[in-house]
Write a protein that binds this ligand. Sequence first.
Ligand code: SF4
Length: 284
Amino acid sequence: MASPRDYKNTIVPNWCPGCGDYGIQNAISAVCAKKGWANEDITLISGIGCSSRIGGYQYCYGAHTTHGRALPFAQGIKCANKDQHMIVCSGDGDSYAIGLGHAMHAIKRNMDITYLVFDNQVYGLTKGQTSPASDKGFVTKTTPDGNPLTPLDAPAMALAAGATFVAQAYAIDSKTMINVIERAVDHKGFSYVNIFTPCVTFNHLNTVQWYNEHLVKMEDVAPDHDPSSKAAAYRLLGETNSLVTGVIYEEKDSVAFGDIVPSKDVRLIDHVEKPSAELFEDLC
Ligand code: SF4
């Protein structure tokens, strides 16, 4: 039986002590173990940012790509490798600023990809600038008088873009996070999960205490929520100021893009064969 440790390589992450990204890495690894996936059947693509370092720490195929462009890379790779379990990791700066146009079209295209956004409401890698997810009033080097803008309501935007799976999780609540990510990878089509994660070094507004006081769990605020209803999903986001964790929306009978269009027409490179387990071992 697989263990979460089987999905981490030997490189020690250089995230700050206390960073929520450790918890997300543990959750992704736990889900891979629960599914019993072979390492060579997983591809993890990341963009740029503290979150996106994760690709270097997992024992699977992957690429650490360019800022905001993880999704185009992932979709291209998925076209040529339809059976790979495709996970994309990105941050709120990477996804909701330079990468937002790609995210909207990837959501709309509904390829069978799981998109995990590590949302710490700040640019961490570049040492603490305001991001599109930052709260109003947040003081940083780029907004010394406080952020004058309201944060992007990313889950509502994903719904509006036609997402077939929308969920949120919290890096400190591993039980809910593992459940949400497992449901995301099981979903047929594009699954989008926004994961709140504390940046202990550069975000002194949205601390662990702040998240504990402001985030609410689905089972506490809406135990009868029907995730197949888009109207209920919008209502839930409105009622909770989009600070709810759990599966907010999942379209019944979602059909992934690669299953609508025959794979021979989706594939960009016809001759690509699945890499062998031996090749994977050689590369690793
Ligand atoms: Fe984590 Fe923030 Fe440190 Fe980056 S800067 S590793 S997000 S705590």
